[in-house]
Design a protein around this ligand. Structure first.
Ligand SMILES: *Cc1c(COP(=O)(O)O)cnc(C)c1O
Length: 488
């Protein structure tokens, strides 16, 4: 080989190349973090034009490849840590999460079998036990880390489906779907995450099987409507395969009444899954843990650590109340999870996951808990919720702004409402354009969404370093953008 060996390994030459590449990358990140702009403001067309894949057949070497990544990727990245970057449930990350990524990536363990990730498998299993304890589940290790909320919701719905058919003596894993599928329904609130629909399509039922339950004035599942729709379904000869409750809806941060829903589900023997992708962070909260009252009663849970647990993407988990339900997705392969190994007590996580090769994302949560301690973790989680309440009060006091919804978690829904605009459609269009205008200017990324038919702006205030003053500055930007657009 004429070039240096490109593989990470134990030779002095490889280690030196590794350290150089990491130092160069980390230096570039340090520079980038100091840029004042949230985004450099390039448009879609500009980026398409700028980014060209003209690979050099001889290769450029590591150093030049990194330089080009800095120029074409890093410089035009969105600064998710910027105080005015608040459009989505997209968190700034913990420093220790970055260190964890170095270890995860360099070791490249794969979580499917113990012989590919010995210590990592045990750490992940113990973390699942720990998370179960926080939930209030029985001791055990039924659960697994996932790529995020969408996959965790898929696991919950898949096991709900298979348990539903198993009660009728049928194995979906063996024999596929049978019967009149149009008579089988899944219930969730109108504010549930769209992955419920997408996952039900994937599971063979189509969007049509999803019945949306009405929500109350705080965007939570309405219990009366749930009870009515359950009765109605039964009167129509339909069966309900699962209810998906949400703990922290993506816009309003609403938490469905878990204990009451669990009671209805138990009464009718319906699988209850809770999508706690966002609200699951309250498991660590000191002030707000009680919002999750009843979560210990549900059959399965989605948690997402790349939301308000401040981990880098990706990092999520799925928890299953009763380990026996994992039997529904059992598939043994001699090369990964053989009966021989299992009889000897060798753990393998492939049996608990939809993925085979899988990253050791659990290390990030483990190191986060070690570095911060439960107390500091609780503080940074609670910060966003408390700040959102203060921001709502401030918005209420501004003549040009209107609060659309009282905050429940760390989000504020509001809209700009300049006095000269009376027409509702014009107000809606204005708010839509404020969002685009701010991102184009590179100054701020504010969410635009619709709530109860009202087009509004959304601040997702996850960032624990953001203060009320930062948000006031952002609201000033919203005001100036609104004035500029209204007068244009
Ligand atoms: C973010 C989110 C999801 C999806 O999670 P991903 O990690 O993006 O797959 C699901 N449900 C809720 C309520 C969410 O906020």
């Amino acid at each position: 080989m004429s070039k240096s060996n490109p593989i990470l390994a134990g030779s002095a030459q490889s280690i030196e190349a590794y350290q150089q590449a990491i130092a160069q990358s980390s230096e570039a990140v340090a520079q980038w973090l100091q840029q004042p702009e949230m985004y450099q403001g390039k448009t879609v067309a500009e980026l398409r034009e700028r980014i060209q894949l003209d690979f050099n057949p001889q290769g450029l070497g590591n150093q030049a490849a990194i330089e080009r990544a800095v120029e074409y990727f890093l410089q035009d990245s969105l600064a998710v840590h910027h105080p005015q970057c608040v459009a989505h449930l997209h968190c700034p990350s913990l420093v220790v999460s970055q260190a964890a990524e170095v270890l995860i990536n360099a070791t490249n363990q794969s979580m499917d079998s113990w012989d590919q990730s010995p210590s990592a498998t045990i750490i992940e299993m113990k973390l699942v036990e720990w998370l179960r304890e926080r939930v209030g589940y029985q001791p055990g290790d039924a659960g697994v880390f996932t790529s995020g909320g969408t996959q965790s919701n898929l696991m919950g719905l898949m096991l709900a489906r298979d348990a539903f058919f198993a009660r009728q003596g049928h194995s979906v894993q063996q024999d596929g779907l049978i019967g009149d599928l149009r008579k089988i329904k899944v219930f969730c609130s109108a504010n549930a995450h769209f992955s419920v629909q997408k996952n039900m399509a994937l599971l063979g039922f189509g969007y049509q099987c999803v019945t949306q339950v009405k929500t109350d004035e705080r965007a939570r599942m309405d219990l009366n409507d749930l009870a009515e729709k359950v009765a109605q379904a039964h009167a129509n000869g339909e069966q309900i395969m699962a209810i998906v409750a949400t703990a922290g809806t993506t816009d309003a941060g609403a938490i469905d009444p878990l204990r009451d829903i669990a009671q209805i589900a138990a009464q009718h023997q319906i699988w209850l899954h809770v999508d706690a992708a966002w609200g699951g962070a309250l498991l660590l909260s000191e002030q707000y843990r009680h919002y999750l009252d009843g979560i210990e009663l549900v059959d399965s849970i989605t948690l997402d650590f790349h939301k308000q647990f401040f981990q880098t993407i990706s990092c999520g988990a799925f928890l299953l109340k009763e380990a026996r339900h994992y039997e529904l997705m059992r598939y043994q392969a001699a090369y990964l999870n053989s009966e021989f190994d299992e009889a000897q007590g060798v753990p393998n996580l492939v049996s608990k996951s939809l993925q085979t090769t899988r990253r050791f994302d659990a290390l990030k949560l483990w190191m986060g808990l070690e570095a911060l301690g439960q107390q500091q973790y609780a503080e940074i989680i609670d910060h966003g919720i408390t700040l959102s309440q203060q921001v709502a009060e401030y918005v209420n006091a501004q003549p040009t702004l209107e609060l659309v919804m009282q905050p429940q978690l760390a989000s504020v829904l509001f809209r700009s409402r300049p006095a000269q605009l009376a027409d509702d459609a014009a107000v809606a269009l204005l708010n839509q354009r404020i969002g685009d205008n701010l991102l184009e200017s590179g100054q701020a990324n504010v969410g635009v969404t619709e709530f109860n038919g009202v087009t509004c702006l959304k601040l997702t205030l996850l960032n624990p370093t953001v203060t009320l003053d930062d948000v006031k500055r952002l609201l000033d930007l919203v005001d100036s953008a609104a004035q500029g657009l209204a007068n244009a």
